[in-house]
Ligand binder design. Structure first.
Ligand code: B12
Ligand code: SF4
Ligand code: SF4
Length: 316
């Protein structure tokens, strides 16, 4: 097979694995993004996520991860589901959509196992590295380069077919493939997400300050949440969907996920009393396989205390 036929074959195989989006780009150093990421870190927008800083060189240079890399494969997996309970109990904590089903890291890793076999069948000597979220890669940048979508002003990648409710997997491979073209930015004059963010975390078009982001504080922050953000979390205790919920592209598309692991056994909210009397062991047992384990019991309870102020305000 020549590289054109090979790319066509691989694209189909990846779709057959259940991914909704796939695209290919040239493995190369990210020179423009190096400057942007450096600036972002120098301004302290990463908050306490110092692991981004530590892996900086790898993030902007795929050859430091895989010297033989020729191509990047970007895949997207839709996780959108229509909410089953739109109304919210006053004291319930909201969980963002991406954590309703099974932990996406595990779901995508399962598909990657099969993809690895496919790549080795194509080229038995090929070298391949697979990442979803936790890798030292700029997943969104590669997804944009591979033509999966464009970077929205809220800094999530948006696809014209499924909106922004998708996870991104990034594969570095030594296999030579044909590359896709990026698509144009379709945000235009819109700034609905920027205006809707309750904490003002999107400080400029395409620029997010994690120090102000509800998603950062409810999931990644292991310390105190700043006093000035109190009352602004709109009941979120794990992640935040507001900037994506208001995006016209997501309103228009609303394509439900085909992934059973996401659609079954969903948790859209929990009440504090569901957590209060659990031991760490019970908590791990109760939420086995779910993404919310990442926040830890202690931090979820802290997040409940934090949103209480909003509930008190809404009763007035
Ligand atoms: C750190 C991180 C976070 C941080 C910081 C978010 C961020 N915007 O960077 C926090 C904890 C806040 C976060 C939150 C969320 N995250 Co997150 N996160 C990551 C992670 C691990 C790294 C992202 C990164 O490198 N950030 C650094 C910034 C500088 O990089 P960047 O945004 O790509 O930078 C580009 C633009 O922002 C822009 N830009 C940046 N600065 C500037 C400045 C100027 C002047 C200009 C013009 C442009 C510009 O250009 C840059 C280069 O193209 C990725 C996984 C990965 N390994 O890539 C997941 C990832 C981005 N997260 C993801 C998700 C799903 C979320 C949440 C939706 C989860 C939730 N529901 O709560 C929220 C969304 C919040 C938001 N509005 O972005 C998905 C996004 C999928 C998609 N369709 O885009 C990813 C890709 C995970 C995955 N593999 O699926 N996340
Ligand atoms: S995830 Fe929430 S807090 Fe973060 S930028 Fe979007 S709306 Fe703002
Ligand atoms: S709400 Fe508007 S500006 Fe924000 S990402 Fe969607 S289209 Fe772009």
């Amino acid at each position: 097979m020549n590289s054109k036929e090979l790319t066509k074959y691989l694209r189909q195989k990846i779709i057959d694995l259940g991914f909704d989006l796939v695209g290919f780009s040239r493995a190369e150093e990210l020179t423009k993004e190096r400057i942007i990421l450096k600036q972002w870190l120098l301004k302290g927008y990463q908050a306490e996520m110092n692991w981004i800083y530590k892996s900086f060189e790898k993030r902007v240079n795929p050859f430091l991860i895989l010297p033989e890399a020729k191509s990047i494969i970007s895949v997207g997996l839709n996780y959108f589901q229509v909410g089953k309970s739109d109304f919210l109990f006053n004291n319930a904590g909201k969980i963002s959509r991406y954590a309703w089903g099974k932990d996406y890291h595990r779901v995508i890793e399962k598909k990657f196992k099969v993809l690895k076999k496919i790549l080795l069948e194509i080229e038995p000597d090929s070298k391949n590295k697979f990442y979803v979220d936790y890798g030292p890669t700029m997943d969104k940048v590669w997804a944009v380069r591979s033509g999966l979508g464009w970077m929205g002003k809220h800094t999530n990648v948006i696809s014209t077919s499924i909106g922004s409710w998708f996870f991104i997997g990034t594969v570095l491979t030594s296999i030579q493939l044909e590359y896709d073209n990026p698509i144009s930015d379709m945000c235009g004059d819109c700034r609905i997400c920027i205006d809707a963010c309750p904490t003002g975390a999107i400080i400029d078009d395409y620029l997010l300050d994690a120090k102000k982001c509800i998603s950062y504080h409810t999931i990644e922050n292991k310390n105190e949440i700043p006093e000035e953000l109190k009352g602004k979390f709109e009941n979120y205790i794990f992640g935040c969907d507001i900037c994506q919920d208001v995006c016209p592209w997501n309103h228009k598309l609303q394509i439900e996920t085909n992934e059973r692991d996401f659609a079954s056994n969903t948790i859209e909210f929990i009440e504090k009393k569901d957590l209060e009397n659990l031991s760490e062991k019970d908590f791990k047992e109760k939420f086995k396989g779910k993404a919310i384990l990442r926040a830890g019991l202690k931090n979820l309870l802290r997040n409940f205390d934090y949103i209480k102020k909003f509930n008190e305000r809404s009763k007035i």
